[in-house]
Design a protein around this ligand. Structure first.
Ligand code: PLP
Length: 409
């Protein structure tokens, strides 16, 4: 098994030119998922073996698992400034978002029935909201500016006396822009409505504090921060208490919010991933910012008409989203089997439609269809960047040459 991507990158550097034929493609899709950190894998292993007890059992086997869960819960909580008992483990951010949005609105049914969200949210938020709308709720979907950022006044204007919940993502998964969550939190607190934030792309990447930012519900996912897939959390504020209608009926684990036996190995991995993210965030952000600048600088000199989508400053360090005017991004990616990139969110990648997020920025379809997301992460090297820019320059050049030769249609 190959756990050590750092050494994998080192050996690939030595192989140099043989890259395209014999080695793994360069991975530049850190917003789709991240590899498990080898330290996370190491920490999980005993919980697939000897420490197998049900963390809800009263005997010694159960207690050993429960102790590991408690310690991981503290690490997850610490990453976002929460108390351990405010953390509800789920299967990932999709479930957390469903639980937060449906749970909060269904609980308030009959008293408040209006939801405010944003057009650039992840599908699992938009679809949860659509499901509630079919159940009779009313919805305001606020647009974004050309930068991808939300105008605070638009949220303010959307909130009414029957608003139950505002749901705004912290960092967008396609364009990496960071929304002004603390300001939105202060506004929601002042207007007396709940704020949920999908922080799947933000947790472990930018500092988050649920108290300082006045957040009532926050979704996070382990596999976006170098933890395992299939585990996530919903922060549910305790004071004053946020109430939710649960999605699952059962043994009432996790304060009744989420029934089911906790997956100890995944939770242990999630905890270690959160601890590493917290300890290394400042240094890693600086490293990724430098790497992203190298990428942008080289890209701009290789392909001078390249355009950056989304705000240039208010964004996480590990993402750019760029348009190559006149290029069909799907055709470009098909020519780049050796570089793992994306044209948008992975879950809608099968659709031929240009990204709804880029469209929401007011981009014409042709420009949206010419856009590529490049995600940098913990194991991305200078070599990876340089290789990707070289290959992008080659293939953009070839596509444009082909275009020039082809008769106009
Ligand atoms: C990945 C992602 C999700 C879904 O998370 P899963 O843990 O894969 O279910 C939700 N929202 C955003 C912003 C994401 O990036």
């Amino acid at each position: 098994m190959e756990f050590d991507r750092r050494s994998a990158s080192r050996s690939s550097r030595e192989e140099g030119l043989t890259r395209g034929n014999t080695r793994q493609p360069v991975y530049l899709d850190a917003q789709a998922t991240t590899p498990c950190d080898p330290r996370v894998v190491e920490a999980m292993l005993p919980y697939f073996g000897d420490v197998f007890g049900n963390p809800h059992s009263e005997h010694a086997f159960g207690r050993a698992a429960a102790d590991a869960v408690a310690s991981a819960r503290a690490d997850v909580a610490a990453l976002i400034g929460a108390e351990p008992r405010e953390i509800v483990f789920t299967s990932g951010a999709t479930e957390s978002n469903n639980l937060a949005v449906k749970g909060a609105v269904r609980f308030l049914r009959g008293r408040r029935d209006h939801i405010v969200t944003v057009v650039t949210e992840h599908k699992c938020v938009l679809e949860s909201v659509a499901a509630l709308q079919r159940e009779g709720a009313s919805v305001t979907r606020v647009g974004v500016q050309r930068s991808g950022l939300i105008d605070l006044a638009a949220i303010d204007a959307a909130i009414g006396s029957r608003t139950a919940l505002v749901s705004v993502m912290a960092v967008n998964n396609e364009i990496g822009v960071v929304q002004p969550i603390a300001e939105i939190g202060a506004l929601c607190r002042q207007r007396g409505v709940l704020l949920h934030t999908d922080a799947a792309q933000a947790a472990g990447k930018i500092p988050l504090d649920v108290r300082v930012m006045s957040i009532d519900l926050m979704s996070i996912s382990a596999h976006k921060l170098y933890g395992p897939k299939g585990i996530g959390a919903l922060y549910v504020r305790r004071q004053p208490r946020v109430r939710l209608a649960p999605l699952l009926d059962g043994g009432a684990q996790e304060r009744g919010f989420r029934s089911g036996t906790l997956p100890t190995p995944l939770i242990v991995g999630f905890g270690v991933a959160c601890r590493i993210a917290r300890e290394e965030m400042a240094a890693e952000t600086a490293r990724l910012s430098r790497l992203r600048q190298r990428l942008l600088d080289r890209l701009r000199s290789a392909i001078p008409d390249v355009r950056l989508n989304g705000d240039e400053k208010q964004r996480i360090a590990g993402n750019i989203n760029v348009a190559f005017p006149g290029i069909d991004a799907e055709a470009l990616l098909a020519r780049l089997p050796d570089v793992a990139l994306s044209t948008g969110s992975a879950c809608s990648a099968a659709a031929v439609e240009p990204s709804y997020v880029l469209r929401a920025l007011g981009m014409p379809d042709a420009e949206a269809a010419a856009s590529v997301r490049i995600g940098l992460g913990r194991f991305t090297t200078d070599d990876d960047i340089d290789y990707a820019v070289d290959r992008l320059r080659e293939e953009v050049g070839r596509l444009r040459a082909d275009d020039g030769l082809a008769p106009a249609s």
